[in-house]
Design a protein around this ligand. Structure first.
Ligand code: SF4
Length: 156
């Protein structure tokens, strides 16, 4: 989740890490959870928690899947699944990644190329840098701020 938030907003990442977790009340997050729960009912290995650290929506023999409500934050979705692939590789498990957008009837394939691995490593480093700061990053308005669960917190 932290890697995903890094690509969404560094301030959100910092707030979330410090225990200010407002997403649980977010309608959008709830819709995403419901979609994940009821999509692909034939898949048996769902919500697979590994090392209490990553939770994979669907774990297949050859691929892992993440189910997303929309692709409005596609780069954050992509780095999240890349991180999962990276983490699995460290455990000796090789898979390809698929991001499913059931509402849009779209899917995106993601592979852990050497470039993607470097991207993940840079992201991990950046997460550590952001979280080591004693103060949250400044508010920087983005187009999707009004839809963010932290909007009132940042702009209220
Ligand atoms: S409202 Fe905007 S600035 Fe505040 S946490 Fe959300 S995305 Fe970041």
């Amino acid at each position: 989740m932290k890697i995903n938030y890094l690509y969404v907003c560094e301030r959100k990442l910092w707030l979330f890490d410090r225990g200010i977790q407002l997403e649980e009340n977010s309608e959008k997050v709830l819709l995403g959870k419901l979609l994940s729960e009821y999509s692909y009912p034939s898949e048996t290995r769902r919500e697979v928690l590994i090392d209490d650290l990553i939770k994979i929506d669907v774990m297949g023999e050859e691929e892992i899947r993440e189910i997303k409500y929309s692709n409005s934050l596609a780069s954050a979705n992509r780095i999240q699944i890349l991180y999962y692939l990276y983490y699995l590789k460290m455990l000796g498990i090789e898979r390809k990644g698929i991001i499913n957008y059931p509402k849009m009837r779209r899917m995106e394939e993601v592979s852990l190329t050497p470039e993607a691995e470097r991207e993940v490593e840079q992201a991990i480093k950046r997460v550590e840098e952001v979280l080591s700061s004693p103060r949250p990053p400044e508010v920087k308005r983005k187009s999707y701020c009004p839809k963010c669960a932290y909007y009132e917190f940042c702009f209220g």
